[in-house]
Every structure is written in structure tokens, then in C-alpha cells.
Design a protein. Structure first.
Length: 423
């Protein structure tokens, strides 16, 4: 069957142009005026972009289906406009052997609404120490290797991990956190922390490992990607590494771009790891996405149960959800005020993660028909009660936003379409 999508503003070559798209057998086909189609869909002038990609999510299955499942997490992704997500390995069992990974991939094949490309762990048991996994055995089935949730503590172990990852052509995707610098902290070691009697996490706990790992990446030639960068020092370290031509990239998340520790409240929905940092850190991250140092925005979608998130800043679990509100927040608060262009946002949320992680994709003939239709006029408030994710904890509840995914298409199949019922 051939389907033509008419009256669209299509992202091609770094800009939007008016046109139509023809999809046949799950792929884009060459379109021409008057060419036959079995079905037409009028997009009414909406914007079409290559499907959004989130390279940092937690789908919690196998092991923790009370928090999230493959089905609920990918339904949330589809609603948010994502056609591809990459789940982190803090699971039970951790994907540290082909047999353990198979438990996860079988669930993905059965239940996923969008493309799901998992990570394998770096260490056995995803402990951040001890024994390395068999990189060669796991590489064909994973997008990369990460111990997200834990930093790899030993420089010797990380260097060997990088050598093995480089040998199989996969990136190391690092959660950077030095355990000896944590000292029981759970929010940023800043003004709010001191004024309210909390324990702080210093910025050095992040950037010190970023500094170490960049040196190791230069030594080993490994493709190295830093997870959820939150400090100004980390941004500058990545900027310098890129200036030297190293194969280094990084991501940040919407909450680090739109919030800082001045915005903290005594609620678990403001608690995540790394924590909300200072205003100066936020400004450095905004400068990083503007100048290309920070190439990816990922959500670090991390659902927990309501009970786990209702224990205040000190007692709640780390993590917030983000798949269903990332694009409208960033469009409203970064694009509309002129901080970045819509085209740059598309690069950060689709084009760059596809390039960095070798995922392919685009809106050209022959490519898989994964795309997102954006309604940039839609205005509403973030309402967690409508989320398809099991998680509800977000610091953005009640925020007015603009823009939404009107349609999400994966392999030519519509996996989400906005209706008033889903608003």
C-alpha cells in the first residue's frame, strides 16, 4: 500500500520546506506530482521531522514492572513523538550476558510500540566495578555499553572497557559519578541545600570522571558519550575535547536546561541524579546546546511508583519522567523565546543522536518511514494524570506548554495519533 502525506512542512537538509511524503511498504518512496497512492493523509501544514530519538530512557523491564513496562514506556515514547528509544541496563537481570539480554529483547519484540535499542552493561551485574562483560558477544544486539546509574570507579577498568568497546565498534556511554565524592548527598551542594539542611552532591563528583574518561578515550580511540551532563565544568571539558578532534559527545536533559537549584521544592518530583545544579551550570548548558558542544537532548525518563516519589527530597527515589513532555517544554521555553531555532531542536532530538549512535534514518526515499508530525500551535498544560507512562513524577506539572506530537509513525505504521481523549 502507498500512502501520501500531503500539505506538510518537511525537515530536509537542515531546513523546512513545503511538500509531501510517499510511504510504501514501510519506507519512504520517491514522490512525484500525479503519482498514484492508495491513501492520502492531509497534514494541514504541520511540521514533519525524522522520528525523535531518546538515547537515555529507563523502561524498567525486566525486573521492575511495577515502575514501568516495555508496553507503557514505549506508549509514552510514541505519545511524545519518539520513534526510537535506548533503554539503560539497570534491570534484573542486568543485560550483562547474551542470555540475560535475551530476556529483555524478547519483551521488546512482544510489547514495544516503537523501536527499542538496548544497552548492555559495562560490568557484570552493572556494578561499576569488578568484572567486565563479554563485549564481543553482546555487541551485535546492543546500541552501546553503559553502567548508567553507577560510574565505573576504576580508571584501569574503564580503560580496558574502552579498548574492548572500540574493538567491536560500539560507544561507551558513561554515567560519570565518583563515589568517594558523594558523601551521602542527594541534591546539589548549593544555596538551597545549605539553607534547608540537606546533604549536597558536589559538581566535582561528575566532572572529575568526565575529565578522566576523556583522557582515556583519547588514549584508546573509543567513541565516548557522556550521559546527562549537568555541570559547567563538564560542558567545558567536552568543548575542549571536541576542539582537539576527539570522538567525544554528550547529552543533557530538559530539566537541566529549564530548571536550577533555585527552583527546588520539598517534593520528590524535584529529585533526580545528577541533581538540578546552579543557575551558572544551567546557563553553561544552554550555551552548550547553542554552540554545538552539547549535541543531544535526552530525557533520562526514570519512572518510579507514587509511593517511592512521595517521601520528599531526602527520602524519595532518584528520577523523573520526561518522554511525554520533553518536546513541548523545549519548544515553548527555548525555541519560542529565540534561545535556539526549531531546526536546532530537531538536530538535538533526532538528527544528532541518529548520527552519533549510527542509527541512520531520515525523510529521504529508501529510508525506513519513521517520522513525527508536530502540531506547533497546540497550547495546553502538562498534566501527569494523562501520561501513558506508569510514572507521574515531573517538576513540570502544571507548566503551560506549546507544541505536541500530532502523529508518530514507525515503519509506515501510525503508533500514536493525537485525539482530544488523549490530551
Amino acid at each position: 500500500m502507498k500512502t501520501r502525506y500531503l500539505n506538510a512542512r518537511i525537515y530536509r537538509g537542515g531546513k523546512f520546506e513545503e511538500g509531501s511524503l510517499l510511504v510504501e511498504e514501510g519506507r519512504f518512496a520517491a514522490d512525484a506530482p500525479g503519482a498514484a497512492a492508495d491513501r492520502t493523509v492531509d497534514l494541514e501544514g504541520r511540521h514533519v521531522v525524522p522520528g525523535l530519538v531518546d538515547v537515555h530512557v529507563h523502561l524498567r523491564e525486566p525486573g521492575f514492572p511495577h515502575k514501568e513496562t516495555i508496553a507503557t514506556g514505549t506508549a509514552a515514547a510514541a505519545r511524545g513523538g519518539y520513534t526510537t528509544v535506548c533503554p539503560m541496563p539497570n534491570l534484573d537481570p542486568a543485560p550483562d550476558t547474551p542470555e540475560h539480554l535475551r530476556v529483555q529483547t524478547e519483551l521488546i519484540r512482544r510489547d514495544a510500540a516503537v523501536r527499542v535499542l538496548p544497552y548492555a552493561s559495562i560490568t557484570v551485574g552493572q556494578r561499576g566495578c569488578g568484572e567486565l562483560v563479554d563485549f564481543a558477544a553482546l555487541a551485535p544486539e546492543v546500541v552501546g555499553f553503559s553502567d548508567d546509574g553507577r560510574g565505573v570507579q576504576s580508571a584501569v577498568l574503564m580503560e580496558e572497557a574502552m579498548r574492548r568497546a572500540a574493538a567491536v565498534g560500539k560507544p561507551i556511554v558513561a554515567h560519570c559519578e565518583a563515589d568517594e565524592l558523594l558523601r551521602g548527598g542527594y541534591i546539589h551542594d548549593g544555596g538551597y541545600c545549605r539553607e534547608h539542611g540537606h546533604r549536597g552532591i558536589c559538581s566535582e563528583s561528575e566532572w572529575r570522571q568526565v575529565e578522566r574518561d576523556i583522557a582515556l578515550a583519547e588514549k584508546t580511540g573509543c567513541r565516548y558519550h557522556v550521559c546527562h551532563v549537568s555541570t559547567k565544568e563538564s560542558v567545558e571539558l567536552v568543548r575542549r575535547a571536541k576542539a582537539r578532534g576527539l570522538r567525544v559527545s554528550c547529552e543533557t536533559a530538559p530539566h537541566y536546561l529549564l530548571l536550577c537549584d533555585d527552583d527546588l521544592q520539598e517534593e520528590g518530583r524535584f529529585k533526580m541524579n545528577p541533581p538540578l545544579r546552579s543557575r551558572a551550570d544551567r546557563d553553561a548548558l544552554l550555551a552548550g546546546i547553542a554552540d554545538g558542544t552539547v549535541e543531544v537532548i535526552a530525557t533520562d525518563h526514570a519512572p518510579h511508583t507514587a509511593e517511592e516519589k512521595n517521601r520528599g527530597l531526602a527520602g524519595s527515589a532518584m528520577g523523573i519522567v520526561g518522554l511525554e513532555c520533553a518536546f513541548p517544554l523545549l519548544y515553548k521555553y527555548l525555541v519560542l523565546p529565540g534561545c535556539i531555532t526549531l531546526e536546532r531542536l530537531v538536530e538535538l532530538m533526532s538528527v544528532n543522536p541518529r548520527r552519533i549512535f549510527g542509527l541512520g534514518g531520515g525523510l529521504e526515499p529508501g529510508q525506513e518511514a519513521d517520522f513525527t508530525v508536530l502540531d506547533l500551535a497546540a497550547q495546553y498544560e502538562i498534566d501527569p494524570s494523562t501520561f501513558r507512562s506508569k510514572g507521574r513524577a515531573t517538576p513540570f506539572a502544571g507548566w503551560p506548554v506549546q507544541g505536541r506530537a500530532a502523529m508518530t509513525v514507525v515503519g509506515g505504521e501510525t503508533v500514536y495519533e493525537f485525539t482530544v481523549r488523549n490530551s
